[in-house]
Ligand binder design. Structure first.
Ligand code: F3S
Length: 390
């Protein structure tokens, strides 16, 4: 891989250990995927911030990097952590909260923004055609497919290294020839809500592997539905991008598959679904936008949340602040708007939660393993019907 003279000097350690180790991570990755050079990025987004998913060893690596003066050279944002300081920190063991805070401290020392969200594009929308190094899979698919930015699906260490060097190896989704669609998906059924868009993603993720689909036949497409579709595609597969508009491409020479109503129905039935009442109703995977919070507040109206079920709406601190009026309404009804975290990356099991109802197919898929909880996948309106009194 070609390196400029300055990159060579970083590689040789002239700019200190933190820069050297990050450069070595990027060069190793680039060589593995036949990149020819490093290219500048406009932002990096690091996943694996929650102490629950990160554990102790990576936390020590972060501490070493921060101590060696590692500093982010570009805008660098962080995925959700394992609790919010207002509500969950009071309910979780003090020891694990302290470990989490220490992780955040290291990131902050290195100049990372305390964004703590999986929807960094609501804080600052990346420019069309800009190159990024993002590690949150749902955000990667959204950035490539909806926002028209260019990013690979980074791992935690490579996004961290890219933030500190300000560059990423030029391979995969950074190259135009790798962004061409190679399979046509014809959706033969009308998807009724965001949960069914998610179910389509779960179904396709399993069969598409890392292909780039053109998805035809999507009705009533909205950003929320595309967000759910992308998050779920990345949950069960390695899809990093899909096309959904101007999809009049010829099917000649390109593989074609149909998706029928039965495929969506079976996908939902095959999720590890509970048949009893939930302990928690969770909305906000991926983190809610301002519009979603407004919609939730409007749907709640003057009603109250049931006393025997918790209701969480997860979002970024930035959006929570912007949505203050709607947040107050949700909280007055008895719900909780949690910033910085989500039900999957916190310890719901330690809170005694055994059944989670959600409108997110991604959560419905992961929670049985990561939260030791059964799940119920249902659209927002049904989630609210379940959790509201009367
Ligand atoms: Fe975000 Fe948590 Fe879902 S990090 S994508 S809300 S699992």
């Amino acid at each position: 891989m070609y390196l400029t003279q300055e990159e060579e000097r970083i590689y040789d350690g002239e700019y200190g250990w933190a820069n050297q180790i990050c450069m070595k991570i990027l060069v190793r990755l680039g060589e593995l995927f036949n990149a020819t050079r490093l290219i500048p990025i406009s932002s990096a987004h690091v996943a694996g911030v929650s102490y629950k998913t990160l554990g102790d060893a990576p936390a020590e690596f972060l501490q070493a990097l921060a101590k060696a003066d590692g500093k982010a050279k570009v805008r660098a944002t962080l995925n959700p952590q394992s609790f919010d300081p207002e509500y969950l920190s009071r309910r979780l063991p003090k020891g694990i909260c302290e470990k989490q805070l220490n992780i955040l401290k290291q990131f902050e020392k290195m100049g990372f923004t305390r964004s703590l969200t999986c929807t960094p594009y609501y804080l600052e929308k990346p420019k069309r055609d800009s190159h990024l190094a993002w590690a949150e899979s749902s955000a990667v698919v959204y950035a490539n497919s909806v926002l028209g930015a260019w990013t690979n699906r980074e791992g935690g260490p490579s996004a961290l290294a890219a933030a500190i060097i300000g560059k990423t190896p030029d391979y995969g989704m950074h190259r135009a020839e790798n962004r061409q669609p190679n399979i046509l998906v014809d959706v033969k059924t009308s998807l009724r809500n965001e949960s069914e868009f998610g179910a389509l993603g779960i179904y396709l993720g399993k069969i598409l592997e890392d292909k780039i689909p053109v998805i035809q036949g999507l009705n009533d497409v909205s950003e929320v539905k595309l967000k759910q579709l992308g998050a779920a595609l990345a949950t069960t597969g390695m899809v990093n991008m899909f096309y959904y508009k101007n999809t009049n491409i010829k099917a000649n020479g390109i593989e074609k598959i149909n998706v029928e109503a039965e495929d969506i129905k079976r996908t939902i039935e095959n999720l590890p679904t509970a048949s009893t009442e939930p302990d928690l109703v969770f909305v906000g995977c991926p983190h809610c936008s301002l519009n979603e919070i407004k919609q939730i507040a409007n749907l709640i109206g003057n009603k109250k949340i049931r006393d025997d079920v918790e209701f969480w709406v997860c979002t970024s601190r930035y959006i929570k602040k912007k949505a203050r009026k709607h947040v107050e309404k949700i909280e007055e009804s008895g719900g909780h708007v949690l910033a910085d975290t989500c039900a999957v990356v916190t310890w719901t099991d330690k809170l005694g939660i055994k059944i989670i109802m959600t409108n997110s197919a991604k959560t419905a898929y992961y929670a049985p393993t990561l939260n030791k909880a059964k799940t119920i996948l249902a659209p927002l309106k049904k989630c609210l019907k379940t959790v509201l009194k009367g």
